[in-house]
Design a protein around this ligand. Sequence first.
Ligand SMILES: *Cc1c(COP(=O)(O)O)cnc(C)c1O
Length: 384
Amino acid sequence: MNRKYYGEFGGQYVPEVFMPALEELEHSFRHYKDSDAFRSEYRRILADFGGRPTPLTFAEHLSHLKRCRIYLKREDLLHTGAHKLNNTVGQALLALKMKKKELIAETGAGQHGVSVATAGAYFNIPVKVFMGAEDVKRQALNVFKMKLLGAEVVPVKKGQRTLKDAINEAFRYWSSHVKTSYYLLGSVMGPYPYPEIVKYFQSIIGQEVQSQILKAEQRLPDYIVACVGGGSNAMGIFNTFIPNKKIRLIACEAGGRQLRPQLHSATLNKGRLGVLHGMKTLLLTDRFGQIEKVHSIAPGLDYPGVGPELSFLARTKRIEPVSINDDEAVKAFKVLSRKTGIIPALESAHAVAWVLKSRFKPGNIAVINISGRGDKDLNTVHGL
Ligand SMILES: *Cc1c(COP(=O)(O)O)cnc(C)c1O
């Protein structure tokens, strides 16, 4: 098997101009990922600045309700309120080692942009965030945050003026600045080696879970449950446990309003093989192969593709893709708040919802990844 692929998924489907940059990135990543000095610097920053390790909280009343033992991995408590910082701090540190002068990123709802702007401010590296002009209007608060953190926000006025157009524009800019700029991708997606790099930095989540659950229960869990947009929080918590086939890994996708074209973003459930944003993976396309519109009540799950390794793990049945609709996610958002005192992101509520509607044997242990906090979603849920 070609190491740039996960089965038939992955690869580097990019124009020639990007190949030297991807090769340089792969080379540097291979060098630093096995360096003790780099790893300990990464861990120290995430501890000092990010607040790691995040707790693994036993959800007593929820456990009682479901007659099993439920734990919550608290990425909502990481600085900026979601798991994204693990990746942005890691890649910004890599960019610094590679002597890059600038970070480039694209953002849709603005969460990734804010996270990159945060890492840029911490390391004092200039940041340029490309954002569809429509999204700039809709997400004024995140635009303000990015600017406050010193990032330049570039509104993209082409196409539908949303994420897809921002990605195209960011790539175009990168193609003429590949020597000096570092493209900081936000999930386990895109051309190789990005899926490996993002997995590497997010895997800190599962590594912590392993030692925390062994300390609490003296054994590993039966279930690990995570939501999937691009797939970074899921790969992050799953990765450590993939070789242990007794542990069931549940990947919760956005079933949206219903599982019909344009009303959901359940790519692992409904996707077809295709090429998008530099990778071959499952995608939501129409019968002509065109990317379909997608929907989710959770802004972070609203993407027509999924990371190539998740496509592979679903195809080989190592992970179990399930879909959770908007109503189930909103209900779980409310139940978790009331039963635990933790208001989850609507994305994370998809993982909570699967646990709420599933049946467990007494004594089963389930770990849910609470990928982020729900403050950003209060207006959405309040309006329902
Ligand atoms: C961005 C985001 C997601 C989705 O991204 P993944 O790469 O699939 O993890 C999920 N939860 C939260 C809180 C997010 O901010």
